[in-house]
Design a protein around this ligand. Sequence first.
Ligand code: FES
Length: 73
Amino acid sequence: MYVCICNAFTCRDVRRVKSQGVSKSRQVYKKLGCRMQCGKCLETIDNVLKEEQSKESFANKSVDFNNLSPINI
Ligand code: FES
């Protein structure tokens, strides 16, 4: 899906630069070789960056099965 119409980059592009160390929305433009123009995409870029961070933090969590409570049914 296109995130930035002015610069024609997609969610996939945002995820790619995020994997290269970009964590701030304004850094995304620079990494993709463009500049922010209208700025309407800032919130969407932030959401894509946060979404990816949430997935990573969830994926990196370990579960301690010794501390699970039994469920009474
Ligand atoms: S839509 Fe991204 S700068 Fe305009």
